[in-house]
Design a protein around this ligand. Structure first.
Ligand SMILES: *[C@@H]1O[C@H](CO)[C@@H](O)[C@H](O)[C@H]1NC(C)=O
Ligand SMILES: *[C@@H]1O[C@H](CO)[C@@H](O)[C@H](O)[C@H]1NC(C)=O
Length: 252
């Protein structure tokens, strides 16, 4: 589940990248047009050369010789002029190379689309199954997942991190209600990702202050002896010793 989700977003990203690349490779007829003009150039230059021979026949006298020399001279500048123009036409040739892989990519896109729809269908089934067994609740982009087992806070934190998630923490009323569903379904108390800093003051694990709280009346009351927080089955919070075993809920 946790492995498949990032994989799916990776696939979508890759698909988007390849899509934009193959669009650029569309002009693969351009290079052949340019190579035609390249070979066309010398061909035109050849014709003036033959005209030169006619000139020789006509003259046979003294004028014939200078005519030949002049035609020859003109031919050379003509060739130089044509070979100059293919220079700037070089870059479009590279675009032609990209055109071929473009064809391959479209089948890769199809393959990835197939894989994406396959994974989406699988995830939907998994999601339904996990929800059915009471192990998962999803709220917007967030998934709250539990194995149904209880551990001390540090083991829960370690496990959630290793799975690529974090210990569940409600940051508003809706998230508190979503997490509470799992607590109610497993009829136990669950640790939240909150820790005591200075005595009586609790923080998120990154040290930032709480944006939302739902303390049970009179809590926290541990006087610095209960550094972790558990959620009761009514969704309220109580400070509790971190070494107690409580339901582990991760968020992804
Ligand atoms: C994608 O799936 C369709 C139908 O399931 C199939 O016809 C097609 O060959 C698949 N394409 C690839 C690239 O796997
Ligand atoms: C939670 O786990 C992470 C990764 O193992 C660790 O770096 C962090 O210190 C732990 N936090 C607490 C409060 O145990």
């Amino acid at each position: 589940m946790m492995v498949l989700l990032p994989l799916l977003s990776l696939l979508l990203l890759e698909w988007a990248l390849i899509g934009s690349c193959s669009e650029k490779g569309g002009n693969d007829e351009q290079p052949s047009t340019y190579s035609d003009t390249y070979y066309h150039g010398p061909w035109i230059a050849g014709r003036p050369g033959r005209d030169g021979r006619d000139g020789r026949d006509g003259a046979k006298g003294e004028k014939g010789d200078p005519g030949e020399v002049l035609n020859g001279m003109q031919g050379c500048p003509a060739n130089v002029g044509h070979s100059g123009s293919p220079g700037p036409q070089g870059p479009p040739g590279i675009k032609g190379m990209k055109g071929e892989p473009g064809g391959m990519h479209s089948s890769l896109i199809e393959e990835r689309l197939n894989m994406t729809s396959y994974l989406t269908a699988r995830l939907l089934k998994l999601s339904k199954a996990l929800t059915f067994y009471g192990n998962m609740v999803h709220l917007g982009e967030k998934f709250y997942v539990t194995t149904g087992q209880s551990f001390n806070f540090f083991m829960i934190n370690k496990t959630c991190q290793e799975m690529g998630g974090a210990v569940a923490t409600p940051r508003n009323k809706e998230e508190n209600a979503a997490i509470m569903k799992l607590v109610v379904r497993h009829n136990t108390h669950a640790f939240l990702a909150l820790r005591e800093g200075i005595i009586g003051k609790f923080y998120y694990l990154d040290g930032s202050p709480l944006k939302y709280t739902n303390w049970y009346s009179g809590r926290p009351d541990g006087q610095g002896q209960e550094n972790c927080v558990e959620m009761y089955t009514d969704g309220t919070w109580n400070d509790r010793d971190c070494s107690y075993y409580r339901l582990g809920i991760c968020e992804f």
